[in-house]
Design a protein. Structure first.
Length: 145
């Protein structure tokens, strides 16, 4: 699902929803936190009330998160397109990584799924979600943590 519209009942703005227990996903969150200097994005964990509602609305699993969600201008991006949408909002050389959205779907979907299926085995899984300090917590959307 590339660039799907979401219901605006939550008025989430630009948002990245990530699996707070996945080491790879949490690393992506920390990367975005460091490089999103313009603070374009707010964040939510997939385990949060907001994350759970969004995954349900998109008919995605609410226990085993197959994808991060990146919402830009009320459009939801999943899988590698989510990564590309996030990179497109950054400045500097990171923006070039958004070009991966132009890879053919028959290349990018199997690549993404192979990593997603094995992410816990390769990168590990946290026993608990991280607990952000006040500064980081201010970047989370309402009901996003």
């Amino acid at each position: 699902m590339q660039g799907s519209e979401i219901s605006n009942e939550w008025d989430v703005g630009n948002l990245i929803v990530f699996d707070g227990e996945c080491v790879l996903c949490s690393s992506f969150f920390r990367f975005m936190l460091r490089h999103d200097r313009a603070e374009v994005f707010q964040f939510a964990t997939a385990q949060s009330p907001l994350g759970q509602r969004l995954y349900r609305q998109l008919a995605l699993p609410t226990q085993d998160f197959e994808t991060n969600l990146v919402i830009v201008n009320q459009k939801v991006h999943q899988r590698l397109d989510a990564f590309a949408a996030a990179m497109a909002q950054l400045s500097g050389p990171w923006r070039a990584l958004s070009l991966c959205r132009y890879l053919p779907r028959f290349v990018k979907d199997p690549l993404y799924h192979a990593i997603a299926r094995n992410r816990y085995a390769i990168f590990g899984r946290a026993d608990i979600c991280m607990i952000p300090d006040a500064e980081v917590r201010s970047r989370f959307a309402a009901q996003g943590f």
